[in-house]
Design a protein. Structure first.
Length: 170
Protein backbone atom coordinates (compact mmCIF):
# COMPACT_ATOMS: atom_id res chain seq x y z
CA UNK A 1 0.00 0.00 0.00
CA UNK A 2 2.87 2.37 0.76
CA UNK A 3 4.28 2.06 -2.79
CA UNK A 4 0.84 2.55 -4.39
CA UNK A 5 0.24 5.63 -2.23
CA UNK A 6 3.60 7.02 -3.28
CA UNK A 7 2.78 6.45 -6.97
CA UNK A 8 -0.61 8.18 -6.58
CA UNK A 9 1.02 11.16 -4.87
CA UNK A 10 3.53 11.35 -7.72
CA UNK A 11 0.72 11.22 -10.32
CA UNK A 12 -1.14 14.05 -8.59
CA UNK A 13 1.99 16.23 -8.52
CA UNK A 14 2.50 15.91 -12.28
CA UNK A 15 0.57 18.57 -14.11
CA UNK A 16 -1.81 17.24 -16.81
CA UNK A 17 -0.60 19.82 -19.34
CA UNK A 18 2.34 20.72 -21.50
CA UNK A 19 3.72 23.82 -23.13
CA UNK A 20 1.39 25.41 -25.71
CA UNK A 21 1.87 24.06 -29.23
CA UNK A 22 3.06 27.45 -30.52
CA UNK A 23 6.00 27.19 -28.08
CA UNK A 24 7.02 23.70 -29.08
CA UNK A 25 6.21 23.82 -32.80
CA UNK A 26 7.50 27.24 -33.80
CA UNK A 27 8.64 26.36 -37.30
CA UNK A 28 6.00 27.10 -39.90
CA UNK A 29 6.08 26.27 -43.59
CA UNK A 30 5.45 29.91 -44.46
CA UNK A 31 5.80 31.88 -41.26
CA UNK A 32 3.82 35.07 -40.78
CA UNK A 33 5.57 37.71 -38.72
CA UNK A 34 3.27 40.28 -37.14
CA UNK A 35 4.52 43.85 -37.35
CA UNK A 36 3.93 47.41 -36.25
CA UNK A 37 4.66 50.33 -38.57
CA UNK A 38 8.22 51.61 -38.42
CA UNK A 39 9.31 55.25 -38.15
CA UNK A 40 9.60 55.63 -41.94
CA UNK A 41 6.46 53.67 -42.92
CA UNK A 42 4.90 56.79 -44.46
CA UNK A 43 8.01 57.39 -46.59
CA UNK A 44 7.21 54.32 -48.67
CA UNK A 45 4.84 54.62 -51.62
CA UNK A 46 1.41 53.07 -51.09
CA UNK A 47 2.20 50.23 -53.52
CA UNK A 48 5.28 49.32 -51.45
CA UNK A 49 3.25 49.29 -48.23
CA UNK A 50 0.65 47.01 -49.82
CA UNK A 51 3.34 44.74 -51.29
CA UNK A 52 5.11 44.49 -47.94
CA UNK A 53 1.92 43.23 -46.29
CA UNK A 54 0.65 41.05 -49.14
CA UNK A 55 3.56 39.42 -50.94
CA UNK A 56 5.81 36.64 -49.69
CA UNK A 57 9.52 37.31 -49.31
CA UNK A 58 12.32 34.77 -49.60
CA UNK A 59 15.18 34.71 -47.12
CA UNK A 60 18.39 35.22 -49.10
CA UNK A 61 21.66 33.36 -48.57
CA UNK A 62 22.80 36.50 -46.72
CA UNK A 63 21.13 35.53 -43.47
CA UNK A 64 22.84 35.09 -40.14
CA UNK A 65 22.35 35.88 -36.45
CA UNK A 66 22.56 39.61 -37.19
CA UNK A 67 19.76 39.69 -39.71
CA UNK A 68 17.83 38.01 -42.49
CA UNK A 69 18.01 39.77 -45.85
CA UNK A 70 14.83 39.17 -47.80
CA UNK A 71 14.17 39.08 -51.54
CA UNK A 72 10.99 40.19 -53.24
CA UNK A 73 9.60 43.06 -55.28
CA UNK A 74 11.64 46.16 -54.36
CA UNK A 75 9.93 48.48 -51.87
CA UNK A 76 10.11 52.03 -53.21
CA UNK A 77 10.24 55.17 -51.11
CA UNK A 78 8.70 58.53 -51.90
CA UNK A 79 12.20 60.06 -51.82
CA UNK A 80 15.85 59.03 -51.78
CA UNK A 81 16.99 61.12 -48.84
CA UNK A 82 19.79 59.73 -46.75
CA UNK A 83 18.78 59.12 -43.16
CA UNK A 84 20.95 59.70 -40.10
CA UNK A 85 21.92 56.58 -38.20
CA UNK A 86 19.48 55.80 -35.41
CA UNK A 87 19.02 53.11 -32.80
CA UNK A 88 17.76 49.74 -34.01
CA UNK A 89 16.79 46.61 -32.09
CA UNK A 90 16.08 42.97 -32.91
CA UNK A 91 12.86 42.91 -34.89
CA UNK A 92 13.46 46.17 -36.74
CA UNK A 93 12.77 45.74 -40.46
CA UNK A 94 15.00 48.06 -42.48
CA UNK A 95 14.90 48.51 -46.24
CA UNK A 96 18.26 48.67 -48.01
CA UNK A 97 19.04 50.93 -50.98
CA UNK A 98 18.02 48.14 -53.38
CA UNK A 99 14.50 48.13 -51.89
CA UNK A 100 14.91 44.75 -50.17
CA UNK A 101 13.94 44.39 -46.50
CA UNK A 102 16.25 43.15 -43.76
CA UNK A 103 14.81 41.71 -40.54
CA UNK A 104 17.30 42.47 -37.76
CA UNK A 105 17.85 39.55 -35.40
CA UNK A 106 19.37 38.90 -31.97
CA UNK A 107 22.97 39.87 -32.75
CA UNK A 108 22.10 42.96 -34.82
CA UNK A 109 24.04 46.18 -34.74
CA UNK A 110 22.85 48.93 -32.39
CA UNK A 111 22.48 51.71 -34.98
CA UNK A 112 21.51 51.79 -38.63
CA UNK A 113 20.75 54.31 -41.34
CA UNK A 114 18.33 52.43 -43.58
CA UNK A 115 14.66 53.41 -43.37
CA UNK A 116 12.63 51.37 -40.89
CA UNK A 117 9.43 50.19 -42.54
CA UNK A 118 8.32 48.00 -39.62
CA UNK A 119 9.08 46.25 -36.35
CA UNK A 120 8.35 42.57 -35.72
CA UNK A 121 6.38 42.30 -32.48
CA UNK A 122 8.14 40.81 -29.47
CA UNK A 123 6.15 37.56 -29.37
CA UNK A 124 7.16 36.77 -32.98
CA UNK A 125 10.92 37.33 -32.52
CA UNK A 126 11.58 33.61 -31.78
CA UNK A 127 9.93 32.69 -35.08
CA UNK A 128 11.98 35.35 -36.91
CA UNK A 129 15.16 33.95 -35.36
CA UNK A 130 14.46 30.57 -36.98
CA UNK A 131 14.36 31.91 -40.55
CA UNK A 132 16.83 30.13 -42.81
CA UNK A 133 18.05 30.86 -46.35
CA UNK A 134 15.38 30.02 -48.94
CA UNK A 135 12.53 30.12 -46.40
CA UNK A 136 9.48 32.13 -47.36
CA UNK A 137 8.03 34.66 -44.93
CA UNK A 138 5.05 37.03 -44.91
CA UNK A 139 4.17 40.05 -42.78
CA UNK A 140 0.87 40.93 -41.12
CA UNK A 141 0.06 44.28 -39.54
CA UNK A 142 -1.30 44.43 -35.99
CA UNK A 143 -2.21 47.40 -33.83
CA UNK A 144 -0.18 48.38 -30.78
CA UNK A 145 -3.12 47.24 -28.62
CA UNK A 146 -3.12 43.80 -30.29
CA UNK A 147 0.66 43.52 -29.86
CA UNK A 148 0.30 44.44 -26.18
CA UNK A 149 -2.47 41.89 -25.67
CA UNK A 150 -0.39 39.15 -27.33
CA UNK A 151 2.57 40.06 -25.13
CA UNK A 152 0.40 39.99 -21.98
CA UNK A 153 -1.06 36.62 -23.02
CA UNK A 154 2.43 35.20 -23.48
CA UNK A 155 3.52 36.56 -20.09
CA UNK A 156 0.47 34.91 -18.46
CA UNK A 157 1.28 31.64 -20.23
CA UNK A 158 4.89 31.84 -19.01
CA UNK A 159 3.75 32.48 -15.45
CA UNK A 160 1.40 29.48 -15.54
CA UNK A 161 4.24 27.41 -17.00
CA UNK A 162 6.58 28.49 -14.17
CA UNK A 163 3.96 27.48 -11.59
CA UNK A 164 3.50 24.13 -13.28
CA UNK A 165 7.24 23.50 -13.30
CA UNK A 166 7.48 24.44 -9.62
CA UNK A 167 4.67 22.02 -8.75
CA UNK A 168 6.33 19.26 -10.71
CA UNK A 169 9.63 19.71 -8.83
CA UNK A 170 8.01 19.50 -5.38
Amino acid sequence: LGEASSLMTEAVRLAPWSAPAEWTQTAARIPVLRILHGAEWDEFVREAQVAFLSQPFTVSAQADRMGARLEGAPLKRTNDWELPSEAVVPGTVQVAHDGQPIVLLGDCQTIGGYPKIAHVITVDLPQAAQLRPHDTVRFEEVTPAEAGALFAERENDLQRFRVGLALRRE
